[in-house]
Design a protein around this ligand. Structure first.
Ligand SMILES: Cc1ncc(COP(=O)(O)O)c(C=O)c1O
Length: 353
């Protein structure tokens, strides 16, 4: 990111874009359709999918296992879409049987949306039978892969995902500011046959003319430094290997989770729905969760999250993503937690090693 800024149509910059898109297609494992980064946040990529794949009055079925599922519902409602919700029990993933039942009851649904890795609760969503059910027909599948991309197994083409979106600041380990997305051929066909126009900034056909078609046609000025950073993050991902990166996240996350349980702490997500890269920990009775967060930051240089809104139970959220997904970081977090919690309460601590 310290390299000189290049103009958005400079031949050297276009060569970087071409390499970036090639790497992104490998990382998303989708050779066809359209795979590009948006110059946007993860939330804008969420909105881009809803804006492109639905029209006002359409029906959307959304699976809600936490804050980001609710955000999909809110954005869709603002776009005049009829939202039908399948809500999970707290700490669990959305039941695919429930989604399939809603699909039966609403055959007119144009889109099903799920959050693959629900960062607010540390919950991982499996798609199960849904992929097969949606492989043919008119209902498309949109999956929020903000936290799962480069962290968990993800096969958009094999799983019939028509629109997957992510962002740079999670398991890719790059600075925030860009949102890698991938669309299936079916999704592009839906976009081409729309009646209502798409918002100009989120127009995937226009974006393709800049990011993929050559000569490149101006659509907007991309953030050049973030493009360099994403290019490098993808290069590092492919150098490490996609599957090796998934495994690294799993090993680090499981080590952290086992250690937290040995400290006597309870995790929010059920074991079978637990994400490795984001662990939600229940704040024990009588402990001031925010004070613990502050002390972890001030005394140990570790920033962890809390609940994302007032409806969240008292939790801490610990992310081990990108370069932080290592056993060494997991141990550092555990040591810091043990020290800070000991100052706060006499938890029954067992030795973890
Ligand atoms: C699952 C999920 N979806 C969407 C978003 C929104 O991404 P952004 O904050 O980049 O807008 C986040 C952010 O943490 C997320 O975790």
């Amino acid at each position: 990111m310290a390299k000189p800024l290049l103009g958005y149509l400079d031949a050297a910059f276009i060569a970087i874009l071409d390499e970036l898109v090639t790497m992104l297609k490998i990382a998303y494992r989708r050779p066809d359709g359209l795979t590009i980064p948006l110059s946007s946040t993860g939330t804008s990529a969420m909105e881009a999918g809803i804006a492109a794949l639905t029209e006002p009055g359409d029906t959307l079925i959304v699976g809600i296992a936490g804050y980001f599922g609710r955000r999909i519902a809110e954005i869709a409602t603002r776009h005049g879409v009829q939202v039908v919700e399948a809500v999970s029990t707290p700490g669990d993933q959305v039941s695919i049987e429930d989604v399939l039942e809603l699909l039966n009851a609403h055959p007119e649904a144009r889109l099903v949306a799920l959050v693959h890795a629900e960062t607010s609760a540390g919950v991982r969503q499996q798609l199960g039978e849904l992929s097969r059910a949606l492989a043919f027909g008119d209902t498309l599948l949109m999956v929020d892969c903000v936290t799962s991309f480069a962290g968990n197994e993800l096969e958009p083409a094999n799983w019939s995902i028509d629109y997957a979106y992510s962002c740079t600041q999670k398991c890719l380990g790059a600075p925030p500011g860009m949102a890698p997305v991938t669309l299936s051929e079916r999704a592009m066909e839906r976009i081409r046959s729309r009646h209502a126009p798409t918002p100009f900034t989120l127009d995937f056909e226009r974006l393709a003319r800049y990011w993929v078609e050559r000569p490149a046609a101006y659509h907007h000025t991309p953030p050049a430094l973030n493009v360099y950073a994403l290019h490098e993050a993808l290069r590092l991902l492919l150098e490490e290997g996609l599957e090796q990166r998934w495994t690294r996240h799993t090993i680090a996350g499981r080590r952290l989770q086992a250690g937290l349980e040995e400290l006597g702490l309870q995790l929010l997500a059920n074991e079978e729905s637990r994400l490795p890269q984001l662990t939600a920990v229940q704040v024990p009775e009588g402990i001031d969760g925010r004070a613990v967060q502050r002390e972890l930051l001030d005394q140990h240089g570790l920033e962890i999250g809390g609940g994302l809104d007032a409806s969240a139970p008292p939790i801490w959220r610990i992310g081990l993503m990108g370069p932080n997904a290592t056993p060494a970081t997991a141990d550092r977090v555990l040591d810091a937690f043990e020290t800070v919690l000991a100052q706060h309460a006499s938890l029954t601590t067992k030795s973890r090693r």
